[in-house]
Ligand binder design. Structure first.
Ligand code: EPU
Length: 335
């Protein structure tokens, strides 16, 4: 267990923003977590649990307790001919989990290769990429309630997963700490290659878990800046949902507008495309900039403050609204 007071969060957020927290508490097992939750020093203070800090923006110092899990084990729960059920602890680096699945020939996680963050947040955020979301492989989510320290297990269906959405972000917000996730992976060979140019990228290769994982990693590395070199939090905005009739009207003005099918009445439009059309790709405002290879990403050019990043986000969203009459909203969480 590690408890720090007046602690810098600089290396705990991928935007590389300097912010202090009154307390930082990192635990190595559930008993330590229970003792932190029962600690009188912390009982009156607000608490916020972080994962890899790859989807948040500290806007000021935090006058409470920042919690972090250092539990990183993977264990076998059950297997049958078709599936394997693996329990992964919350603090495990997400991509270490994906790599483990690929090494052991368990199918289903490979399209989520190289997404930054940790296992616990994957179940809160329902991370997604290349046609797959975490919900597709989540079987159960294991939690401890912040209020009374009791343990709960939720089935996937209870978590009300949607695009970058779950009950942990709505009704259950700040109620539970995710301690582990049971994933259900396929033991039979199966791939999801329908997204974008994935098939094209793999056309000269034998399709297997390693080649698919490598292709996904290559695409991500070509578009998304390395957080170790350039502060960012991946996609800054969520892709907006647009009514089909409205989309059809936009399509007649912008024939090249890309879209993803949601249902017969709704399409999802890539916010990166909208932002690029507004001329923002590669442009800066103060020390914050829109990434030159993927306009959905805001980067910290060096010494950006949270204020500068938010100012850029507001300006870009306003321009998108003025040009397309579409609202785009941050995926990044402001603390
Ligand atoms: N596009 C542009 N200009 C841009 C960016 C994108 O025209 O600057 C167009 C592309 O040409 C393409 C479409 O928009 O036609 C989609 O682009 P891309 O495949 O890069 O995906 P995205 O919709 O921008 C989403 C996720 C990413 C995920 C990719 C791949 C969200 C908010 N983002 O981005 O997730 O990696 O799909 O599945 O849904 C993340 O959450 O941090 C993240 C990186």
């Amino acid at each position: 267990m590690r408890i720090e007071e007046n602690f810098s969060l600089l290396s705990y957020n991928t935007f590389h923003i300097e912010a202090q927290t009154r307390y930082f508490a990192e635990y190595d097992n559930e008993t330590e977590l229970a003792s932190i939750l029962a600690d009188k020093r912390f009982s009156e203070l607000p608490k916020f649990h972080i994962g890899g800090g790859s989807n948040l923006l500290f806007t000021k110092d935090y006058e409470g307790v920042i919690l972090h899990s250092n539990m990183k084990d993977i264990s076998l729960i059950h297997e049958d001919d078709q599936y394997i059920y693996l329990y992964a602890q919350s603090g495990l680096i997400w991509d270490d989990f994906v790599a483990y699945c690929a090494e052991h020939s368990y199918y289903g996680a490979e399209n989520l290769s190289l997404i930054p963050g940790e296992v616990g947040s994957s179940a809160i955020q329902n991370i997604g990429a290349y046609g797959i979301e975490a919900k597709d492989i989540i079987y159960q989510v294991h939690c401890i309630a912040l209020e009374d320290g009791k343990k709960y297990t939720f089935d996937q269906i209870d978590c009300a997963y949607g695009y970058r959405q779950s009950k942990f972000k709505t009704d259950w917000k700040n109620k539970y700490i995710v301690t582990g996730v049971t994933f259900r992976l396929n033991k039979q060979e199966s791939y999801t290659l329908s997204y974008g140019n994935l098939q094209e990228l793999l056309k000269d290769e034998e399709i297997n878990l390693n080649s698919v994982r490598r292709a996904i990693i290559e695409v991500r590395e070509s578009k998304l800046p390395d957080t170790n070199k350039l502060g960012n939090a991946g996609s800054y905005f969520m892709n907006p949902f647009v009514e089909k009739s409205r989309f059809d009207a936009l399509k007649s003005t912008y024939p090249n507008i890309p879209s993803y099918f949601v249902d017969e009445f709704t399409v999802k439009v890539p916010a990166g495309w909208l932002i690029e059309q507004c001329g923002w790709k590669g442009k800066s405002l103060g020390n914050a900039a829109i990434h030159d290879k993927q306009a959905l990403v805001i980067i910290n050019k060096g010494n950006a403050t949270a204020k500068e990043i938010i100012e850029l986000a507001i300006t870009v969203a306003r321009d998108v609204k003025n040009k397309f009459d579409i609202d785009i909203h941050p995926e990044v969480i402001y603390i």
